[in-house]
Design a protein around this ligand. Sequence first.
Ligand code: ATP
Length: 600
Amino acid sequence: MNPLRRFLPYAGKQKKLYLLGFAGSLFRFLIPLSVPLVIKYLFDHLLRSETMSRSDKMDQLFLIAGLMIAVFFAVRAPMEYVRQYFMNKANNRIITALRQDVFAKVHALDAKYFADNRSGEIGTRFFDDVEKIRGYMTAIFSNVWIETIVLLFVTGIMFSLNPVLTLLAVLLVAIQFTLAHFLSRRVKSTTRQMMGYRSVLSGFVFERIQGASLSKLFQSEKRDSEQLDRHLERFERMTDKQAGTHAVSLAAVNMLSDITPFLVVAAGSLFVIDGRLSLGSLIAFFAYVDRMRAPVAALVQAIPVIAEGSVALQSVFDFLATPVSVKEKEQPAALDRLSDSILFDRVAFSYDGKERVLHDMSFLLRKGGTYAFVGESGGGKSTVLQLLTRMYDVDAGRVLMDGRDIRDYSLASLRSQIGIVTQDNFLYSSSVRDNIAMAKPDAAEEDIIEAARKAFAHDFIRTLPDGYGTEVGERGVKLSGGQKQRIALARVFLKDPSLILLDEATSALDNESEELVQSSIERIRKGKTIVMIAHRLSTVVHADRIFVVRKGTIVESGSHEELLQMEGYYWELYTKQNSAGIAAAGLETTDCAAEQVKAG
Ligand SMILES: Nc1ncnc2c1ncn2[C@@H]1O[C@H](COP(=O)(O)OP(=O)(O)OP(=O)(O)O)[C@@H](O)[C@H]1O
């Protein structure tokens, strides 16, 4: 759909403000148009009158001057205020509404979008593109109309003074517009290229800001700077090209607009010589032709602004129309509490629609049980969690919770039942308290502290400079990996969901803290289903059932003891880890460790 049509509803909501601004503009622009007519009166009547006495002329002159000053003060100046105030207010409201919608869309988009696009590019939609629409709105809702009306008015008055001269002036203006219109197409295409590239540039810069420490560690600053230079040079070439196209358009149009008053006055002089036009009329005519220059220039200036704005509008509305693959049903059911089981029923999934990451995967998780997924890196364990939380939807098969396809439930109710802790937990740059209370912003202080105690986070939080009020920095940079993990755990404990997903949730903790946290999870597990992913198999030995994942399928499952007895892939992994542990302690060889494990 044409972006302007999608944009009109936003503008429609600010109709009243625009009308007020428009009315202000009309007065502000039309009042000065009376000046040449007053000048004509002065020249043709007042100054040349042979019947009026000097003092009458002086009286009239002062009266006219007084009236003009009064009109300009009492009407033009306030109308300028009205125009600026209401137009800007309407624009600001639309900008706010667009930004709200862009942000809401960020929440509505699924994980795939964020995997495929850089956050800096989305930032460009939110900041730059939306801001570009401001100039566009002023142009299309005010300037273009007002200037056109002013031009029509001026043309009308000029026509009443001398139709032939008016036709000449209109012809010259029409040539200017045709030229400007022709050149505007090039402006638009260079603008589109430039703005497209700007989002690439900002994606690059955002990413490098986030990875600034990494660049330092790998000494890639020089390479980054060279890359940035290449981006900037390319961007500069594009902006130069855009500026050049615009400059050509302005130069051509201004040259014509500069010469127009002279050509018209020269032609008008012929009429004066023949006595077919009064000198006052010629002067007034000259003043009007001169007045045409401002609206013509404004309209020509509006062309790149409109071009830029419409490209920005297109990109904002394209973003808002990005299809979302994880959708809710029209009338979704609510999952109040996970009261029974979770079933993966022959699930197949691929991230890119081509290469399958999970194949025909089936398993059952009963309420209250603790389950673990282990196996080779890249085997598909985290993907299972992505599907449980509906960050992605399955390609084939079903995921059932309490006997119902999870696609039947509202996303909010489904996710309200799930708490997740991963290796890399995202913390917002706010206080420890706010980060823990994310799921329950109105939680009482004692509940927050209780959750932190359960996650063994309370002691270290107390030692922070402002305790629970300490700001954790962007993404929690001011905390250690283990501290972040404990805060993420406290967040889940406070939320008290019925399904807890732990993806390497204790990997950043030392052995002692890990044991404490594990015992904490043990304590709260009653009535909850726990799904854990771990590489360190020692952390999952107590799970009710362990699923061994390899190349997107479950190759073995059972309790720790059952799996060891199978002497299959799990046994192999466990043996390797144990022997590595023993070797690290300088005790025994790998073979010996394997023997020990075999012997039980
Ligand atoms: N967002 C994504 N887009 C495309 N491919 C992905 C995405 N996330 C993961 N993959 C791919 O899917 C496969 C399974 O990844 P997954 O993260 O589920 O493995 P994992 O078993 O959890 O691995 P690890 O133990 O290393 O965390 C991998 O080949 C990975 O490259």
